[in-house]
Structure formats: C-alpha cells, structure tokens
Ligand binder design. Structure first.
Ligand code: AMP
Length: 417
C-alpha cells in the first residue's frame, strides 16, 4: 500500500482532502489556525518532492448552497503564509479543470468550499425525509455524488486524505473519490496516520493497565464507547454529569444535579457488566455541590448519594479525585474523553485539572495517553498541558466512532478494509 513517506510526488498533481474548517472572527480573520498547521507536514512533503497541490476542504455548514461567509477564499493568504508558497484559488470547486491542468511542480491551488455543492455530503436538499419521493431523490443524489467525486479526481494523479475530522463521513471528497484512483495512488496523510496509530495504541497494542476516563454531561451519548471499552480496559472511571445518574440508580438523592431518569437501568446494567468482566469501575463518591450554576455560587462537599434539595453536583470531590488518581497513576495506556465537572466555570475545574495532572504524571512514567473529544481537548489546552500528554486528537466525532470500534469510511476507502 502506498504511504506518504514511500511515495515520490515529483511531477505529480496531488489532490489533498484537508480539514481547513477553521473558526473565523466576525471580520473573516482566522481565530485558531491549528487545523492549517496540522496539515503542513503532508503538504510540505508533497511540495518538497516536486509535486503540485490541489487543496480541498469544507467550511461550516452551507447546506449545498453558495454562502460567501463560508468561502475558503478568506483563508487563502493564511494558507499561503503557512506554506511559504503562493496559493491560487478556484472559485468553483467543480469547474477547476483548467486551473488544475495549468499547475506546475511546487504550485498550489485551493478549491472553493466543497459543501457549496450538495453532492459533497450526498444528501438530497429541499425534500423531507418522510416525502414518498425521498428515496428516489436519494438515489439520484448518490449518482450525482459519484459524478462530483469523479470530477474532483480528474484534476489529479494522486489522492491524499489528511482530514481526520471528517473521516467518519462518507462524503465525495473523503471517501467516494478514492474509487477513482489506483491502490498505489491513494494514501493517508501524516495527520491521519498519527490519528490511526493513536487509536490502534488504545484499541489494539494495549499496554496494561489500561485506564479509560469518560466524563461529560450524559451517559446516553457515551454508551457506545463505554460498551466497547468494557472489553478492553482494566479501570473505567466514569465522572462528570453522568455520576448522578449512577448515584440515583443506586437509590441516592441527587438534588438538582443533571440526571437522566430514563437511563437508571442502563447505569445499573453498566455496573453489572463491569463486575462480570472484572473491570474496576470507578465512580465518584463525593462532589462539589453548588446552589447555582455560576462562579459566585455557594458550594459544599457532599456525598453523591446525599445532595441537598436545591443543590447540584458540578465537580468531583476530594475522595473521588483521590480514587481517580489511584486508577490513573499506574496505568500504561490512558484514554480521556469528557470533563469531570463544569470546567468552563473556574470554580468547578478542580476535578478535570486533577485528572489532567494525573495523566501527565502517568505519561512521564511511560504511559501512552490519548486525549480526545472536544471538551477534554479544551481542558488540556486550558490547563496548558496539551504538550505533556502523548497525543491530543484533532477528531471529535471521528475519534469517538473509531473508539466505538466502527470502521471510518474515510480510512476504509483508502485501506480497503
Ligand atoms: P459532553 O459533550 O457530553 O462531553 O459534555 C461536556 C459538558 O459536560 C461540558 O460542557 C461540562 O460543563 C458538562 N459537565 C460536566 N460535568 C457536569 C456536571 N456535573 N453537571 C453538568 N454538566 C456537567
């Protein structure tokens, strides 16, 4: 199989799916260029070999229509600066044949937002799912999606996918396009390779003990991952808002804490399964309860089983933190997804900070640690610890689906799995 390292791009035109869906300020300037920087190793390798680049990406959700506010022309200069090369712009991504044909080695062409065309996502627009004509519209759209992908493919000799953030989508540019290249002329970019390796470390090459920390607001959104991890981990820490669903399921009074009353049986089932599989399930026992969802709230430490009426658990308490540390410090593989409290409010960051610090300590002692999923990434960034863990994933939904054990279409399209 071709890899970015063993492929010689000299004289070749490479079409690269990047994730340039960067956040913009009101005035159209970029507020965080992490994603552009993330793609640079792949892009620079291709240019250094003597290849030319056709860059394609989506930005935001234009829903199949042209929307100037989401035009990639706004980031052209920033990409040029990051690459140290002039970047030409194709204002219509499906009509860039001429511009692509004229590209010379070392030159770069950026295509306009792929999602200005509904074919990119392949979903029919302007027709309700319940409409009897929907299924036919969907079939038609799948056909035009293939045509759209074929057009994009026609611009280039080789296809590289380096957009992990959209790897869980079967879109024209992330998966369908791969059908129009030989196995030797399609590959993952460096960023994708790193993400795939990180997920493999967690799911395949596990060094034990393996501790997974799942937090966030709800158990319902994490159940797929929890179930998949149950067969793999030695320690499973469940923290954050889901603590209170478990406490209530066991007969506790959780006051005003966030609690999914329709998931109490599910919580008990998770506890039973952990026992059956010999997984050490670590649930918070105490919490920081507050009388308001704000930094000015009054707080008290109390048992998660006995939270006074009118108070809500918004962070992990000291006993819980000690138990979390005990399960994290000896670990050799660590996965963290989801905060242990409402970390956006300064007063309730203690639990999440303690988890991040314990992960850093374990990493210093040789553990492989993967932090992924929007909010835990925001946590390590907030605490200035992003460089002190082994890997911070760039993928939200894609990472979670990979950890659930799902095959990602963007990766399968290239690896043929
Ligand atoms: P998720 O998107 O499910 O990973 O959840 C992340 C959100 O969970 C963050 O915005 C946190 O503020 C929130 N969260 C964590 N702990 C709690 C809690 N005890 N009560 C309410 N929200 C929480």
């Amino acid at each position: 199989m071709a890899t970015i390292d063993n492929y010689n791009f000299a004289g070749k035109k490479a079409i690269v799916r990047v994730d340039f869906n960067v956040p913009l300020n009101e005035d159209g300037t970029i507020s965080d260029d992490t994603r552009i920087r993330g793609a640079l190793p792949t892009l620079k390798k291709i240019l250094a070999d003597g290849g030319s680049l056709i860059l394609m990406s989506h930005m935001g959700k234009p829903k199949g229509k042209v929307n100037e506010k989401l035009s990639l022309s706004q980031i052209r200069e920033a990409v040029a600066k990051a690459l140290g090369a002039e970047v030409k712009f194709a204002p219509d991504c499906a009509k860039a044949q001429e511009a692509a044909k004229d590209l010379k080695p070392g030159e770069v062409l950026l295509l306009e937002n792929l999602r200005f065309y509904p074919e990119e996502e392949g979903k029919p627009v302007g027709i309700d799912k319940n409409d009897p004509a929907y299924e036919d519209a969907k079939k038609e759209m799948k056909k035009s999606q293939k045509e759209f992908a074929k057009t994009l493919a026609s611009y280039a000799d080789v296809y590289v996918n380096d957009a992990f953030g959209t790897a869980h989508r079967k879109h024209a540019s992330t998966a369908v396009i791969a059908d129009y290249f030989d196995a030797n002329d399609k590959m993952l970019g460096y960023l994708m390779e790193k993400e795939v390796q990180a997920v493999d470390n967690i799911l395949k090459d596990i060094k034990r003990p393996f501790t997974a920390i799942m937090g966030g607001s709800k158990v319902s959104t994490k159940i797929g991952i929890i179930e998949n991890l149950m067969d793999k981990v030695d320690n499973l820490i469940l923290c954050g808002g889901m603590t209170y669903t478990f406490a209530k399921a066991q007969g506790g009074n959780v006051g005003n804490s966030i609690c999914e009353n329709d998931k109490l049986d599910l919580a008990l089932d998770i506890m039973k399964k952990a026992k059956e599989k010999g997984v050490n399930l670590v649930l918070g026992t105490d919490c920081v309860a507050a009388d308001a969802f704000s930094n000015d709230a009054n707080t008290q430490i109390c048992s998660v089983m006995d939270i006074p009426e009118g108070w809500e658990g918004l962070d992990a308490g000291p006993d819980s933190i000690a138990a979390f540390r005990e399960a994290i410090l000896p670990a050799k593989t660590i996965l963290w997804n989801g905060p242990a409290g409402v970390f956006e409010i300064e007063k309730f960051t203690t639990g999440s900070r303690a988890i991040a610090e314990a992960i850093v300590e374990a990493t210093d002692n040789g553990a492989f640690s993967l932090v992924g999923g929007g909010d835990s990434v925001a946590c390590v960034n907030k605490f200035g610890l992003a460089d002190s863990v082994s890997y911070v994933s760039t993928g939200g939904g894609a990472l979670l689906e990979a950890i659930e054990g799902k095959v990602l279409p963007g990766i399968a399209a290239i690896k043929g799995e």
